[in-house]
Design a protein. Structure first.
Length: 143
């Protein structure tokens, strides 16, 4: 059913909510997994245009993606990583097309009122513009 799953990671504790769901689903369906993180800091947004050096944030994000991928691979999954730069929703949607993914998995935060305006924009944009199904798992509030 789902041959390739794009998993949008935040490089935060919220990722701990989505990863087990994806591991279980991908394992049962023998799906490939593409982990993506979109760096959206100033350097990331201007990296190509201004020919900037990779920021420490970008290096840390790349390292994080590889660490998560290695853990998933040790469980027998086929996993690739993609560090994208710029607007998160646009980059997630571009990656779905470029990678040929047929499911997007993301974490939602369940913000209310003003929080939705600021923090819910990525998932809202992806949900409305995606050409494939979106699996949204609410981030755990437990610490």
């Amino acid at each position: 059913m789902y041959k390739k799953i794009l998993v949008a990671l935040e490089n935060s504790r919220a990722d701990e909510s989505i990863i087990p769901h994806v591991v279980g689903l991908a394992g049962r369906l023998h799906s490939e997994v593409v982990l993506i993180h979109v760096a959206d800091g100033w350097v990331a947004r201007n990296y190509e245009r201004l020919k900037l050096a990779e920021s420490e944030e970008m290096k840390a994000d790349r390292k994080y993606l590889e660490e998560v991928a290695d853990k998933m691979r040790s469980g027998g999954l086929k996993v690739s990583t993609r560090l994208a730069l710029g607007d998160p929703s646009s980059e997630i949607l571009k990656a779905v097309e470029a990678e040929g993914c047929d499911l997007i998995a993301m974490t939602g935060h369940g913000h209310r009122l003003l929080g939705d305006l600021f923090f819910g924009s990525t998932i809202r944009e992806v949900r409305h513009r995606a050409s494939v199904p979106v699996l949204m798992v609410r981030a755990s509030t437990a610490h």
